[in-house]
Ligand binder design. Structure first.
Ligand code: MG
Ligand code: ZN
Length: 361
């Protein structure tokens, strides 16, 4: 009896220490191994429905089973800008318009990309604008102005982001401080290229792909399939990591179509963005451990469908502003943890839900 008691004591110590191990290292509450976040800049519900109406085939966005709505207001304004909204999605904290990853005193907020990196996950950013523009910058930089592009470029060197694809080369090499950050990237073992086709996965390393000096061209002006291809390539690279990955893909120019009150610009950008989402869903379906989130930072243009014909696939639209609006924006989720994204919540909750899914919070 004494022996049995001793055995039970030993066994329970063993089990307790095992349990601790599980919580500490393997994230017992972890739902997803990978997260791919898609941000359609300026993409409201009406932008999506407009594209759905004119498209010959159903959009990939339509296949998501879990949907929600998020409130986009910033710490300073009912109507947010992409800096504050990007910061909310990336760091879980609301800030003032114009700021990137910090408060107005310059106190830094830590992004999900950095939490993921610290936990041994691979990380990636893909954008159809400059990679230094507000939305991608919110995931990697901390700056009291979203327009300090040269300082934001320096922040890329302070991380070990595994792959980034987008425009913005000029601010890495043609700089007021005389530094050549392309050389700095190379000395940090980055493979630097100007075309997605030029990078090779020989053994897993880091990639910086500059597809434009500043922003990439509009889709209708010859961007081609840069965004779907970049998304596919980035997934191929970061999915080599057995610990998992976090990646953000931005359809930047849906917003610019909204600012221009140009429905053709909006729809061509949105359909291209949707094809990129298709690439991620293809991977996630096979992989089974990947959470795919599609959302926006805010609505742009105050877009309204005032007429149209569902059979003829025609639409008639009105814009009420050439800036952003305060509208709630949709959230679409697929994969492990997707059910957490239903309902109405703050933009900052998108961060917390993704962190929870990865077992980082
Ligand atoms: Mg943007
Ligand atoms: Zn905008």
């Amino acid at each position: 009896m004494k022996k049995l008691g001793f055995l039970i004591l030993i066994l329970s110590i063993f089990l307790t220490s095992c349990n601790n191990e599980v919580t500490k290292n393997n994230h017992s509450d972890k739902k997803a191994k990978n997260v791919i976040l898609f941000i359609g800049d300026g993409m409201g519900v009406t932008h999506i429905y407009s594209a759905m109406t004119v498209s010959e085939t159903p959009l990939n966005i339509e296949s998501f089973k879990y949907t929600g709505l998020q409130k986009t207001y910033s710490a300073s304004d009912y109507i947010t800008d992409s800096g504050a909204a990007g910061t909310a999605l990336a760091t879980g904290k609301k800030t003032k318009n114009g700021l990137i990853g910090c408060d107005s005193l310059g106190n830094h907020f830590k992004s999900i990309l950095k939490y993921a990196e610290e936990d041994g996950l691979s990380t990636g950013l893909v954008s159809t604008s400059s990679i230094l523009h507000a939305t991608p910058a919110a995931f990697i930089a901390n700056n009291i102005s979203r327009y300090n592009y040269q300082e934001i470029a320096l922040d890329f060197l302070k991380t070990d982001i595994d792959i980034f694809i987008g425009g913005g080369k000029k601010n890495f090499e043609d700089r007021e401080d005389g530094l050549n950050l392309i050389d700095s990237l190379k000395s940090k073992d980055y493979q630097v290229a100007t075309a997605i086709e030029d990078i090779n996965l020989v053994d897993f390393q880091k990639f910086a792909v500059f597809t434009a000096e500043k922003h990439n061209p509009e889709y209708r002006n010859g961007r081609g399939d840069m965004l779907p291809k970049a998304t596919e390539k980035a997934i191929e690279m970061v999915s080599q990591n057995k610990n998992g990955f976090f990646m953000m893909v931005e359809g930047s120019q849906i917003d610019w179509g909204g600012h221009d009150n140009d429905i053709d610009y909006i729809i061509t950008e949105l359909l291209d963005f949707d094809r990129a989402i298709g690439k991620a869903l293809e991977f996630a379906e096979k992989d089974g451990e990947t959470l795919v989130i599609v959302t926006a930072d805010h609505e742009t243009g105050g877009l309204t469908l005032v007429g149209g014909n569902i059979n003829n696939k025609t639409i008639e639209v009105n814009f009420s502003t050439d800036y952003h609006t305060a509208d709630m924006v949709p959230v679409f989720a697929y994969g492990p943890g997707a059910e957490e994204f239903t309902g109405i919540y703050e933009n900052t909750d998108v961060f917390h839900k993704m962190m929870q899914a990865l077992g980082l919070e």
